[in-house]
Design a protein around this ligand. Structure first.
Ligand SMILES: [Zn+2]
Length: 378
């Protein structure tokens, strides 16, 4: 395990590759951003939008579709697209079952609706949702494998349904996170999003193998490349056009527009500013598990951006990562275990089997301790 020389990204992130100088893809991208002509990019975006407007013809359709969770990124995108670009977006929201969604998540969607947007909400069948979540956890120790399929699939599915060829997406996971398989023809072309780690891991095959029938999996099926061609769908990453796209900045913009943020303490959540994945809380235990698999969690994602933006030193960041990168309140583990029908000790048993033994020691008293030194590696 090696760390990026600039930030605290280890080279254990899936689909990621450091430069020969030892710089992570996200820092490398950030460095190149200094030379970007943002006005030029804005004009590129304007030209693209004009093309889509012309193709759309009549004024009876939405200009574009945006997937929203009500969180910081989606709120910022929705407002920017409507108020700055002057478009009429349809917001697509995948709703979670009552056991999973937070009150704050519901309030944030209500806030978007009150801000005057048209929102279409899709709600996959809750029984299948729960059984799939259990199957994901059993197979990958990652409950979100199935729900992310639904989350990513819902937007192009609705785009086809409403005949809206233009899908606006926020972050470019290739450039901004370093998932290089998703890079497209241009920095804003998002049609390779289907190759991201979450979506490409065998698609639905493992779900079929777990005994689910295709007819129960409609919300989890990402439209095929042929579907994209037939409906001329284009995903565009807005993050590529926004010079100040970042976790904290988006959080600030959205909070100014009424976003309700997370109140629980960092020691329970690892959410330094309380602005990520607001619509549900089990993400916290998934981040903890990610940490035990790859050696980095939610705090690392936060501080890396702050380091790049020059708002935090690498030393201060190391301190935060050491303290909180494995943070997860026991209440979240308890409610999650109850939901999928296992005990808390079964939860931990499963988590321990997926701890990366190259990076961590499992102690006899149950504690999991790191072998690596944060910021230095192994
Ligand atoms: Zn880096």
């Amino acid at each position: 395990m090696k760390y990026c020389k600039c930030c605290l990204q280890p080279n254990t992130r899936p689909n990621s590759k450091f430069t020969p100088e030892g710089i992570c893809p996200a820092c490398d991208y950030f460095e190149r951003l200094q030379y970007v002509d943002w006005q030029e990019r804005y004009e590129i975006l304007q030209d693209l939008l004009v093309q889509y407007k012309e193709r759309r013809g009549v004024d009876r359709k939405f200009d574009c579709i945006i997937g929203v969770s009500g969180g910081k990124d989606s709120s910022r995108q929705a407002l920017w697209v409507r108020d700055k670009l002057g478009l009429k977006p349809l917001l697509a929201c995948l709703s979670y079952p009552p056991e999973q969604v937070t009150e704050r998540g519901v309030n944030n969607i209500s806030n978007l609706i009150e801000l005057g947007f048209d929102v279409v909400i899709s709600a996959p069948a809750p029984g299948t949702w729960k059984r799939l979540m259990r199957a994901s956890f059993d197979k990958f120790t990652n409950w979100a494998r199935s729900t992310e399929l639904a989350l990513f699939s819902s937007v192009p599915q609705l785009a086809i349904h409403y005949d809206i060829p233009l899908i606006l997406w926020g972050e470019n996971p290739g450039l901004q996170l370093g998932d290089l398989k998703t890079l497209g023809r241009t920095g804003y072309d998002g049609n390779n999003l289907r190759y991201m780690n979450t979506l490409s891991g065998g698609g639905l095959d493992w779900i079929r193998e777990a005994g689910f029938e295709l007819k129960d999996l409609i919300p989890y099926q990402y439209p095929t490349p042929e579907d994209f061609d037939r409906h001329e769908l284009q995903i565009i990453y807005l993050g590529w056009f926004l010079g100040d796209w970042s976790l904290v900045n988006n959080g600030m913009y959205a909070a100014a527009s009424g976003l309700e943020i997370r109140q629980d303490s960092v020691i329970n959540t690892g959410d330094l500013h309380g602005v990520t994945s607001l619509d549900e809380d089990w993400v916290t235990l998934n981040q903890m598990i990610k940490y035990y698999k790859f050696g980095f969690g939610r705090v690392t994602d936060y501080v890396n951006e702050e380091i790049r933006l020059g708002r935090m030193t690498r030393e201060a960041a190391i301190e935060l990562v050491e303290l909180y990168d494995d943070a997860c309140g026991s209440n979240y583990i308890k409610s999650f275990s109850e939901y999928i029908g296992i005990s808390v000790s079964q939860f931990w048993e499963k988590v321990r089997t997926s701890v990366n033994p190259a990076l961590f020691n499992a102690q006899s008293d149950g504690r999991i301790t790191r072998k690596f030194k944060v910021g230095v590696g192994l």
